[in-house]
Ligand binder design. Structure first.
Ligand SMILES: Cc1cc2nc3c(=O)[nH]c(=O)nc-3n(C[C@H](O)[C@H](O)[C@H](O)COP(=O)(O)OP(=O)(O)OC[C@H]3O[C@@H](n4cnc5c(N)ncnc54)[C@H](O)[C@@H]3O)c2cc1C
Length: 487
């Protein structure tokens, strides 16, 4: 049985970032993910802002890792071929007490080492974002903020890690952790995995995983946030990310342009008991629309094409900070837990810290001479010129068959997404890799065709194809048998 140098539990943005960084060393590494796909936890359900780092309290781990993570994104994006846009961000204030808080954020940001922060008036702010509420008066501009599709980042990291030798297992929930001869024995439905060291990047379930290993004092609460997706045909597009003043534990209702051309209104904040409960609510929509309109008055409910929610992993007793570190009495076990916002922005730096901690635990980090840091972005037909598209269709006519009309995704791209390293096996897995089903009709037209391509490529019956999670089939079986002559 293989003995892994490192087993990473959890295939969100943190676990995949760790996997990708470890793949540059001569190590045996495995990534175990409970769900049928990478990025099915909180990493698929958030605002995608690469925060600049002015809001996390100076001196916290969050503040340090946010700023370092933000700085890492431009290079990471160019190596891994995911979309990253350096939009900058504005905090929008309306009155005197807002002005005091904005000055506090400015000072905190300077202390955290955030570059380029500036206090602006309305006239200056409107040169950046002309659609800003004209009643706003004072603004904090952070030019280093940016945006990504977080699931694209996680997938790119997982693919590059796999290409560099990391074994990626999906449908592979860790259900127990034992110890034998100084090594960890991880029990899963796919058999036992033996590991010298373990990284716990299990999101809201990091406390359950830590408890399996013997750590009983990590408690993770789930703070649910609802998010609205607005149609691309909004009538305008935004240049920058707009924040209100923070309210309570959250950053308030934020209006965010996305790298794919939609606008998000993100997010509410409410503690929930059930870590599987990601239901959305009418009250949530109302709160989001009201919050969004305070920043951009033109935002309206009639432009909403989707609402989703995600769970922030809040580690109790930490003052809302991240928990990244070894566990006393558990040598070789490293937590990357309590990774609430800004976990997307911080992920590259969290991974860097975890790799350093593994080295402190005795892991021998020898460079792998054939490590390839680059990942080729998949073909996106809608981004090609007519001449490029013609050439591609001549080489493979499937690139001429448009399946998702809203997003212009072809049968060829869907087949690529299924055949790729860490390929899609579910309808939502295809959606995250290609955007088929992310447009205005939300899969109403293309979902049956995506299902048929998945069934063909994977050699399965259509009723064995899942939407997302285990057993989430969208068709139950045949209504009546079809004769082989088609009649
Ligand atoms: C509404 C909302 C908006 C947000 N907006 C932003 C933002 O704009 N910018 C930002 O920086 N951050 C944002 N965040 C925070 C960010 O989304 C998270 O910090 C980040 O996604 C956490 O990533 P993760 O890898 O730690 O967790 P996850 O993505 O949840 O990954 C953990 C994985 O572990 C797996 N797992 C759990 N238990 C097991 C087990 N026993 N065995 C195997 N696998 C297991 C899970 O299936 C899951 O896939 C937001 C969060 C929310 C909820």
């Amino acid at each position: 049985m293989a003995v892994y140098d490192v087993v990473i539990i959890g295939g969100g943005i943190v676990g995949t970032a760790v996997a990708r960084q470890l793949s540059s060393f001569r190590l045996m590494v495995a990534l175990l993910e409970a769900y049928p796909d990478i990025s099915c936890g909180t990493t698929k359900a958030n605002g995608g802002v690469v925060h600049s780092g002015y809001s996390a309290k100076h001196g916290t781990l969050k503040a340090k890792l946010n700023v370092l993570g933000n700085r890492a994104y431009p290079r990471l994006a160019s190596e891994l071929g995911f979309k990253y846009v350096n939009t900058g961000s504005l905090v929008v204030g309306f009155d005197g007490s807002d002005a005091d808080y904005i000055k506090h954020l400015y000072d905190n940001g300077l202390a955290n080492g955030v570059a380029g922060l500036a206090l602006l008036n309305l006239e200056q702010a409107r040169t950046i974002e002309p659609r800003l509420n004209p009643e706003a008066k004072i603004f904090l501009y952070a030019p280093t903020a940016g945006i990504v599709d977080p699931f694209e980042v996680a997938l790119a990291q997982a693919e590059n890690a796999a290409a560099n030798g990391v074994a990626v297992y999906r449908n592979c929930a860790v259900t127990g952790i034992g110890r034998a001869a100084g090594e960890f024995i991880l029990q899963t439905g796919q058999g036992d995995f033996t590991a010298r060291t373990v990284v716990n990047a299990a999101g809201v379930y990091a406390d359950a995983v830590a408890s399996m290993a013997g750590q009983k004092d990590l408690n993770i609460k789930a703070r649910l946030g609802e998010v609205l997706v607005l149609d691309k045909e909004l009538g305008f597009s935004l240049n920058t990310v707009l924040f209100p003043l923070p309210s309570g534990p959250s950053k308030g209702i934020v209006v965010i342009p996305t790298v794919s051309g939609n606008t998000l209104v993100s997010a509410t904040a409410r503690l929930v008991e059930d870590k599987e409960d990601v239901a959305t609510t009418r009250v949530g929509v109302q709160e989001l629309i009201a919050g969004g309109r305070r920043l951009i008055p033109e935002i309206g409910a009639h432009k909403v094409i989707r609402e989703f929610s995600g769970l922030r992993a809040v580690a109790e007793g930490t003052g809302d900070d991240f928990v990244v570190g070894p566990v006393p009495g558990l040598p070789g076990f490293i937590n990357a837990a309590g990774i609430q916002s800004p976990g997307i922005a911080s992920a590259p730096a969290i991974a860097g810290m975890v790799v350093g901690l593994l080295a402190d635990q005795g892991l021998d980090l020898q460079d792998k001479p054939d490590f390839n840091p680059y990942r080729q972005a998949p073909v996106s037909c809608s981004k090609l010129t007519d001449a490029e598209r013609d050439e591609l269709i001549r080489s493979n006519p499937a690139y001429g068959q448009v399946v998702c009309r809203c997003e212009g995704v072809t049968a060829g791209e869907i087949a690529d997404a299924i055949r790729g390293p860490v390929g899609a096996t579910t309808i939502d897995g295809v959606k995250r890799r290609t955007r088929a089903g992310m447009g205005r009709c939300q899969g109403g037209f293309c979902q049956p065709r995506v299902l048929a391509i998945l069934a063909r490529e994977l050699g399965r019956d259509p009723w064995d194809i899942w939407l997302e999670y285990q057993d989430s089939a969208v068709v139950n079986g045949l209504l009546k048998e079809v004769r082989s002559d088609g009649k």
